[in-house]
Ligand binder design. Structure first.
Ligand code: EPZ
Length: 434
């Protein structure tokens, strides 16, 4: 049997020019799909990104008995009335970390949930103690038993919860569990990411009473039940940022459409510091880069700081910038794993603890590299687009977790990139691309 390993083969050097349309936010979608099972009526979700992580979560939702009707690739109707088990199959959890949102959703709705400890991209140790602390504060027993997180309660009651660190996942999971709890919950030191607001808006349109999402204090007044709704997911900030950096690195001119420019402020600010022109429209951002990028320093922080999910992309861009930059990763300790791969392309990056010191080089040269995780994989593709010669990025399965038609969108901007299934495909591409 032929072993199919998907790879991207890239011939670098083309400036990206044109328009690209951004899809719905993956990380909002994951919280929203879990929330949708909490009603016993139809919840229709629009602008759903058609990516691996959302599709695996939909499979998990269907597997516990919810009705899932895919209306088109970007619209799905979920009805949680027929859910027959609160135990989520281990296989789904191993494939995507965000299945843990089913913990909050099932606990909130049925007062019991059993979900294996989550997997996901290997970017750090990723504990879930804050999620469990929140569930316990609402009156649930929440323990890890035989590799499963088991949470149950006779009834859930609102409480005052302070998160020890800002966590996107814990904020969403506690919101999910608290919307159907009795009384008021106040969640302090909550994450403020746009997707938190999006999940709260969806829940409110299902009849929940959540105030303050987008600030660090979220107030939830428990309601008896949630009802059906139709809701459209916000645009993906990280997909947009990735294309903005692709424009910058290839000295291109790209208009990134269907975005909320306010969500991109940290990214736009860094691109401007690096010498790009960034022009904001109502729902689009144009990035123009005419000369070599300048160095800058950046530290990843919770929103509205510079997103950790954009750290590999900016680092790869800085590897070609004039001067020496410092990139500090303050959220996940394992997020510099791509640096060795980038070094194969000629980059000069030294990592000491959570800081990368990047001495910009004049050019990168194509090489065979392997994507260690989703965002680093996308960043290596950007490196390939800016490098001389051919780059092969292996393990594209990670990239497909979060980017829809990534290669196709890049091709429409003039990139020379193809998916290859084996060595023969790679050789054919290289011959044809000459
Ligand atoms: C979400 O992960 C995203 N995933 C990640 O996106 C993103 O990188 C991250 O938020 C930060 O923005 C999803 O939304 C599915 P956290 P999450 O809880 O929720 C520590 C991508 O590429 N922490 O905000 O897992 C944790 O170790 C992915 O799309 C605890 O210590 O991140 C980290 O240092 C990868 N205990 C920090 O908090 C906890 O109980 C922030 O993590 C929870 C978190």
């Amino acid at each position: 049997m032929r072993c199919v390993i998907m790879q991207y083969v890239i011939k670098g050097g083309n400036p990206l020019v044109g328009d690209v349309v951004i899809g719905g936010a993956k990380n909002a979608a994951l919280g929203i799909l879990a929330a949708a099972i909490m009603a016993d009526e139809d919840v229709t979700i629009e602008n759903l990104p058609d990516v691996r992580d959302t599709n695996v979560l939909l499979e998990a939702i269907e597997d516990i008995g919810a009705r899932v009707r895919r209306i088109d690739p970007h619209t799905v109707c979920i009805n949680g009335s027929a859910i027959s088990t609160v135990r989520v199959n281990n296989d789904f959890i191993k494939r995507i970390r965000a299945s843990y949102y089913l913990l909050g959703a099932l606990l909130g709705k049925y007062k019991r949930a059993e979900v294996s400890l989550p997997g996901g991209c290997n970017i750090g140790s990723r504990p879930i103690d804050q999620h469990l602390k929140g569930f316990r504060a609402l009156g649930a027993r929440a323990d890890v038993e035989y590799g499963m997180v088991v949470a149950d309660a006779l009834h859930l009651a609102g409480n005052h919860i302070y998160l020890d660190m800002v966590s996107v996942g814990a904020t969403i999971n506690i919101m999910l569990a608290a919307v159907l709890a009795e009384g008021n919950t106040i969640l302090e030191n909550a994450a403020k990411e746009p997707h938190i607001v999006d999940v709260a808006n969806l829940l409110n349109s299902m009849g929940a009473n959540i105030k303050g999402a987008g600030t660090d204090v979220i107030r939830i007044r428990g309601v008896q039940r949630l009802h059906g709704t139709t809701y459209s997911i916000i645009p993906d900030q990280i997909e947009a940022g990735t294309f903005m950096f692709a424009a910058a690195m290839t000295r291109g001119d790209v208009t990134v459409k269907n975005v909320i420019p306010r969500h991109l402020e940290a990214i736009s600010a860094k691109l401007k510091e690096m010498g790009c022109e960034v022009i904001e429209f109502d729902d689009a951002v144009r990035v123009v880069c005419k000369s070599r990028l300048h160095y800058t320093h950046v530290k990843t922080l919770p929103y509205p700081g510079f997103p950790t999910d954009m750290q590999p992309q900016i680092s790869v861009a800085l590897s070609l910038a004039e001067g020496t930059s410092m990139v500090t990763e303050s959220i996940f300790e394992n997020r510099f794993k791509y640096v060795d791969e980038l070094a194969r392309m000629g980059a000069n990056v030294k990592v000491e603890s959570n800081v990368a010191v990047i001495s910009g080089v004049n050019r990168l040269t194509g090489a065979d590299v392997s994507a260690p995780d989703l965002r680093a994989g996308a960043a290596l593709v950007l490196a390939g687009l800016a490098a001389d010669g051919y780059t092969v990025v292996d393990e594209t399965k990670y990239i497909l977790r979060g980017y829809e038609r990534f290669d196709e969108k890049l091709r429409l901007l003039g990139a020379c990139i193809y998916q290859a299934e084996d060595e023969r495909d790679v050789r054919r591409f290289k011959l044809e691309a000459v």
